[in-house]
Design a binder for this molecule. Sequence first.
Ligand code: PLP
Length: 338
Amino acid sequence: MPIDLRSDTVTRPTPAMLEAMMQARVGDDVFGEDPSVNQLESMAARLFGMEAALYCPTGTMSNQIAIKCHTQPGDEVICEKNAHVYIYEGGGIAFNSGSQVRALEGDRGRITAEQVSMVINPDDVHKARTSLVALENTCNRGGGSCYDLEEVKKIQQVCSDNQLKLHLDGARLFNALVATGRSAAEFGRVFDSISVCLNKGMGCPIGSILIGRTNFIRQARRIRKVFGGGMRQAGFMAAAGVYALENNIDRLAQDHAHARQIAAVLEKKGFVKSIMPVETNIIIFETEGGTCAKDLAQHLKEKGILAIAIAANQIRFVTHLDITSEMVAKVIEVIEEL
Ligand SMILES: *Cc1c(COP(=O)(O)O)cnc(C)c1O
């Protein structure tokens, strides 16, 4: 079996998680009658100190539902130029919401309150109506970078001063919380909506939760149905989510330690030109002139290690629940020999 560092989405449910799924009490969730889905939604809402939550099949759907609820066709959404909602969701903002994007150049995926305030359109018939700011935490293309909560609060102030909604793509928010020592509730207070993934470091086979106010979630539930995401006995999957919220958050620190260990070895290698600061479970490095990222990924594959070449000269490693300390030792051994 290769050591799979391509993404934290490759995890498989542990025996304990599978047992929780097998024991799940279920019902028809479109009727609102699935006790496991209801349990997961109320757990998530409570965790973030928000009013309500909605279980969705994917993080993409959670984000797209939120954007649809917060915008009207012809509106403009402010986000960073490498944001998942913009570059990795199939043009969904245009397709689903008929809105356009104002993409900002951030610092490893993070934008500032000042940047946001500079691009809000005036009330002018020539201009698209700016209605939403979407942040990402951690930032995938920023190498798993974390937002400073104080900056997020400033962005929130700009949003409320200008009647903009604020959404968080928190696919890996739990990684950020563990890394920065912040609580879910601190983020819940700042955002109009938050999406979190259960299918990544949390170790579930599928699933994401969208969290927000009662009225927002009522509208989101309608849009989820329109998008084809109204699932029936989804409780078998939601039970995995309940298990993950109870057992898999604190252990993310282990993934972060593993990532730092691998990065420390990479830093010393000649084929590594630069490496983004490793704050969580993602390592992105740039290869030196002569080394093409694709060739390096292929070479690693032959040595039993899977990684992704995310650009011509960039490789990404992601640590996760299925990567043990023994595997990290093996990865380090292989890198040292390169
Ligand atoms: C993975 C990811 C998502 C959603 O992914 P799905 O595969 O649709 O669950 C959203 N945002 C970010 C930053 C991600 O990394």
